[in-house]
Every structure is written in C-alpha cells, then in structure tokens.
Design a protein around this ligand. Structure first.
Ligand code: SF4
Length: 350
C-alpha cells in the first residue's frame, strides 16, 4: 500500500493544533450531543435512576448499530421513530416486535427500497432492509443474552470501565459472541463511538466516577484522518492501493491514537474537533475553507493555495482525500481526466 512522507508540524505547532481541535470538539459537542445521540422524548437522559440509565444505554447501543454505513440524519429519525413506536418493548423484549411492524417503520422512514437510510449500490447486492435486519437481530440477541443472565448493561459497563477502562469495554462489546454479528469491520468505529458516549454520559452527565474522559478512544473516520494528514500532524500518509488518492484512515488510526495519547488531550474531544472541521464545512474534500477554518493558524495547508499545477491522481493524493462521500470525488476526478480521455480517443464519438 502506498505510503508517503510529508512535511510535518514542529512539536509546538502540534501541541497548539491538538489544543485547537480539543477546544473545538468539546465546545461543539456540548452544544450538539443530544442531537447526535438522538435521544427520543420517551427517554430521560438526565434522570439519576438506574432504570432510566439502563434504558438510555440499551437505546444507544441499538442507535450505534444501525448507524453503521447509514446516512446520519435518517438514522437519527429511524432511532427516534422505533423508540417512540415500541417504547419499553424495544429495550427489554425486542424479540416480541413483529417483523411486519418493524419493516413498516423501516420503509416509512427509509423509503420503499431503504435507500434513504443505506446507500443502495454501495452494499455489494445486499438490500438495505437486510442490513438493517441483521443489526437489529444482533441487538435483539444481545438483549436476550442479558435477560438469560439476569444482568443489566449498566452493571456490565461499570464493571468493565472500573476494571479494564474504556479499551476493555470496547474489547468486550466488539468480541461479544452475539453482538459481534452486528458490527462492521474488525475494529468497528460504531463500537468505539458507543464506548465514548457511555464514558461521556457517566462522567459528565450522571456524575459517576467509573472512568475518565482522558481514557476515551479515538474513532478516526476518513474525515478525521484527513485533518490529521492535511494539517501535517502526521509525518507519513497511507493511501489505498487501488485508489492511490484516497487515504487509509483505519491503517493510520494507531499512529493518530498514539499521537493524541502522548499529548494528554482528551481523545474523544480531539476526534470530535477534527470531525467538526468537516461537518461545519471547513475541511471538505473539495475546496476546503482554509481561510476561515479554526485550525488555519497552524495547519500546513500544503493543499490548494500552495499546490503546484499538477493533475489527476497526484493532485488528489496531495489534497488528502478521505474517500468519504466518494461520489463527489469521482465526479471531480472524471472532470480532471476528461481532456486526457479525449486526447487518447477514449470518449465515445458523438
Ligand atoms: S480546512 Fe484547510 S486549514 Fe482547515 S484543517 Fe482543512 S486544510 Fe487545514
């Protein structure tokens, strides 16, 4: 897989940039977390009752499972809708919910083919409704597993956080014999996200001392990795072999995680800060808004304004494309390459 060395930041600049990301991440997360979690009206996230906390934790587990590969606005709507419709049955006895009722809601929210929730065509022939069903079944099986043992998710979480910290909780959930079937990939971002959300709720909302925010995990999706590459926080960048202009976020996650851990910053907030640079319209794949970006002060910005006039794959590599939203990217690449295709006679005549 292609790797490329790049000019990186000095240690003072690196510290400054991580501080900016942490501040952006913490400030914006504190304004947006309820919206991100999509807490439905039938649940009270501020309640100190253990039963209410248990409900929130079960709901969030389902929320992150169906979040994978989904369009984020729709997944929030879907989570709220099924929670409002099935209320406590969803949280304690999801196996009593009939498939016809569940699928009716799925189609109401995601459309007849489900393509409003999961992108059809990107799934290798798997139907969106099948994708939704296997995630739901993994959740359902996990709740059964809890019921058979008469255990609460809340107690399990506290136990793991106290004894093995967030990384131990992540390993437990990721390798759980039933839940495992619902995660995407070997190191699922959704599972990392769930662990971070739980640590945040426990320490910042429920005033529990089970774990510290400093022990949270980096999630590192393509947008976060893109910021680490573009700004010069990383000394080396890894690209896909097949598409050598797309960075490989999952392969660079250990480097990014190590960098943030050594800095003593809160991983969850740094991760959020980098993600918000994308979500708020700064660090977009195409035409990033560097002039107004909160990280512009220290970012290497070896892209856009300093890039020499090169074309095609080399240009996209130097821009540090994330591979997220690759529809736009492919269109841009096609536009870049069109004159060459014409020269080589590859454009159909007429
Ligand atoms: S938007 Fe520009 S300045 Fe901000 S992180 Fe991205 S490349 Fe750097």
């Amino acid at each position: 897989m292609p790797r490329e060395k790049q000019e990186s930041l000095s240690s003072d600049e690196r510290e400054k940039l991580l501080e900016i990301l942490e501040t952006v991440g913490k400030t914006r997360w504190s304004e947006r977390w309820k919206n991100h979690m999509a807490i439905p009206e039938n649940l009270n996230v501020f309640s100190k009752s253990e039963d209410d906390k248990e409900k929130i934790l079960r709901y969030l587990l389902l929320r992150v499972l169906i979040n994978q590969q989904a369009k984020f606005e729709k997944v929030r709507e879907m989570s709220i809708r099924i929670s409002s419709e099935f209320t406590d049955m969803l949280l304690y006895e999801p196996f009593r919910i009939s498939e016809s009722d569940l699928f009716r809601i799925f189609k109401d929210v995601a459309g007849e083919k489900g393509s409003l929730l999961y992108r059809v065509g990107a799934l290798g022939g798997i139907k969106p409704i099948s994708l939704f069903t296997y995630r739901f079944k993994a959740y359902e099986g996990f709740i059964k597993w809890l019921n058979e043992r008469n255990e609460k998710l809340y107690d399990i979480i506290l136990r793991y956080l106290r004894e093995e910290r967030p990384v131990g909780l992540f390993k437990f959930l990721n390798s759980h014999p039933v839940l495992e079937a619902g995660w995407v990939g070997n190191d699922p971002k959704a599972c990392r996200m769930f662990v971070n959300w739980v640590v945040f709720l426990l320490s910042e909302v429920w005033d529990e001392t089970a774990s510290s925010m400093r022990d949270t995990l980096m999630i590192v999706d393509g947008h976060v990795a893109k910021v680490f590459c573009r700004t010069g926080l990383l000394e080396e960048v890894m690209y896909e072999k097949r598409r050598p202009y797309i960075i490989q976020a999952n392969k660079m996650r250990p480097w990014i995680e190590g960098l943030v851990l050594n800095s003593g910053r809160v991983p969850f907030y740094v991760d959020n800060g980098a993600f918000y640079l994308f979500e708020d319209g700064y660090c977009m794949d195409i035409e990033p808004a560097c002039a107004s970006c909160p990280a512009g002060e220290v970012c290497r910005k070896y892209i856009m304004d300093s890039i020499p006039d090169v074309e095609g794959v080399e240009k996209f590599r130097r821009l540090g494309y994330s591979g997220e939203g690759s529809g736009h990217l492919c269109a841009a690449i096609r536009e870049q390459r069109a004159p060459h295709r014409q020269h080589r006679g590859l454009t159909p005549a007429g």
